[in-house]
Design a protein around this ligand. Sequence first.
Ligand SMILES: Nc1nc2c(ncn2[C@@H]2O[C@H](COP(=O)(O)OP(=O)(O)OP(=O)(O)O)[C@@H](O)[C@H]2O)c(=O)[nH]1
Length: 320
Amino acid sequence: MRISHTLLNASSKFRTVFDFGERQVAHWFPGHMAKGLKQMRASPRKVDCVIEIHDARIPFSGRNPLFQENLDVRPHLLILNKMDLADTSDKMSILKQLERDGVKNVLLTDCLKQRDTSVKKIIPLVTDLIENAPRFHREENRSYCLMVIGVPNVGKSSLINAIRRTNLKKGKASRVGGEPGITKAVLTKIQVCERPVIHLLDTPGVLPPKIENIETGMKLALCGTILDHLVGEDIIADYLLFSLNRPQRFGYVERYDLETPSDDIQHVLKCIAVKLGKTQRVKAITGVGDITVRMPNYTAAAYDFIRAFRKGELGKVMLD
Ligand SMILES: Nc1nc2c(ncn2[C@@H]2O[C@H](COP(=O)(O)OP(=O)(O)OP(=O)(O)O)[C@@H](O)[C@H]2O)c(=O)[nH]1
């Protein structure tokens, strides 16, 4: 089946929306996102291990190289979250590629799963990493401090909650006094482990993603790290269709009662709108006067298509 034009359509529309200039990117990711980096630069002596979290469906796309440059010698753990949504059948080659990129410590997690065994591994792993690394003249201090950082919507808050849930007995969550960060905001720490004593900065650091090209931007948009309206639901839906057709993930055919897979986004959105009863009245001018006709609501259909994908209802994917 022919699937190529979907990407071409998506890409050309996408190009008109984004000019890929620094200014444009700065517009999507305003000031507060750089705060994560500032926070990290400001507290090298306070943070003993940085936990970078990213979306498991895009283990490479959008990770910010500035992050690694700012790590210094601090231990680093990369968490690939939302693994319940990712096709990890080729996990070994992903891990090998990350290792070639200098990332040695990687865990895949599902932060929403109550008893995710990977989340349980985080504290023992970071303890081990910290105890085998230099500590910026804080050798005498036996308590450790962790910081969670990542691009928007990858699950930073969910990870912090999962770490607390897994490591603290009920009623044990004690906040400790705030510490001023570079922005003069108060960084609250919370204890997550008793032996050794480990705290976690309560506020995750937000990083702007690195968008190298159209396809990276599309992947980030599809995973919800860029606000949908900045890209356009119809464009994201178009790229989603391409991403499902490429590895022949045709779950959408059955879900939306299509007869066959299709690379025509208009056709697919029309079927979705009809199936979901999402139509709207539109005035049409005819030779005999104005009439009102019912048309598919393409925006509502695109929204449902994207939402279903993000909830994992269209199957697991690997976008990188
Ligand atoms: N399926 C799945 N969804 C997850 C997982 N972790 C988080 N989410 C969902 O992803 C969305 C974003 O999670 P957050 O924890 O708010 O992410 P964040 O990185 O703190 O987001 P920002 O504050 O916007 O930067 C929420 O809808 C979560 O329920 C996971 O492991 N699997």
